[in-house]
Design a binder for this molecule. Structure first.
Ligand SMILES: NC(=O)c1ccc[n+]([C@@H]2O[C@H](COP(=O)([O-])OP(=O)(O)OC[C@H]3O[C@@H](n4cnc5c(N)ncnc54)[C@H](OP(=O)(O)O)[C@@H]3O)[C@@H](O)[C@H]2O)c1
Length: 235
């Protein structure tokens, strides 16, 4: 019996990942910051829900206590994320970037991952096959972002890719610190969700593919890596 928590699972890639992992036999907790949105998603999937705002210590601690009391955790999918657009839904480039904006993005995408991972580490350490999947982005790749002529190079935003590069570093450092766990970063690909106003070119089924694959990884699987559906990505 594998128990899995997915943060930000009431919609988008997290919701689809939950659907697929339930089908694979996991007991899934949908981490949702809004009780009503969580209740609706839980009903749709027949999943358990737990109130969890990744930016809020008390909420994350309470979620960890509740899941611990229910029997523990084997798989953590750090999926909750924001892009934080500017006026008129525009991507905020270097000229407009403020400390407040990047702090907001980091609070969810980076500190949220640390807050949730820290709170659930004691539970994961008691699992016989602990797995962590950090949902990163192809925009995190320094290799790609410095390769002229690619869509990654052309993306003008700063806060979001910077936050996901930090997620990649967290992944590497956690993986080294906990060699008994499988801890990987994944790039779902450009997927039609609310995050990008449904401009993404993939379906959520395609986007969730690598998240699901890395959530199902066994003790002999990779750790400390960065993958999309086609294999390892350049950092
Ligand atoms: N879509 C893409 O093209 C793409 C590509 C690469 C990586 N990603 C990554 O994939 C992940 C999922 O994104 P998505 O595309 O599925 O976007 P989405 O449809 O906007 O879903 C984001 C989810 O995160 C939740 N969330 C946001 N802030 C939260 C917080 N403070 N605490 C708890 N949950 C919070 C949202 O909850 P609410 O409904 O309450 O807002 C929602 O459930 C993100 O990490 C994103 O960066 C997406």
């Amino acid at each position: 019996m594998t128990t899995t928590l997915i943060t930000g699972a009431n919609k988008g890639l997290g919701f689809e990942t939950a659907r697929r992992l339930i089908a694979a036999g996991h007991t899934v907790y949908l981490g949702c910051r809004d009780a009503e949105r969580g209740r609706r998603a839980g009903e749709q999937l027949g999943a358990r829900t737990v109130l969890l705002d990744v930016t809020d210590d008390a909420s994350v601690t309470a979620a960890a206590r509740a899941i611990e009391a229910d029997g523990g955790l084997d798989v953590l999918v750090n999926n909750a994320g924001i892009e934080a657009r500017g006026e008129g839904n525009s991507i905020v480039g270097a000229a407009e970037l403020t400390a407040d904006l990047i702090r907001t993005v980091f609070e969810t995408n980076v500190f949220g991952v640390v807050r949730v991972t820290h709170a659930f580490l004691p539970l994961l350490q008691r699992s016989t096959a602990p797995v962590v999947v950090n949902v990163s982005s192809g925009l995190a790749s320094l290799d790609r972002v410095t390769a002229p002529g690619t869509p990654t190079h052309a993306y003008p935003g700063v806060a979001y890719p910077t936050s996901k590069t930090a997620v990649n570093m967290l992944t590497v450092q956690y993986a080294k610190a906990f060699p008994g766990m499988r801890i990987n970063a994944v790039e779902p690909g450009y997927t039609a969700t609310d995050l990008n106003g449904h401009a993404g070119t993939q379906t959520v089924a395609e986007g969730a593919e690598i998240i699901v694959r890395m959530a199902l990884v066994g003790p002999d699987g990779p750790t400390g890596g960065y993958f999309d559906a086609n294999g390892p990505l350049p950092w």
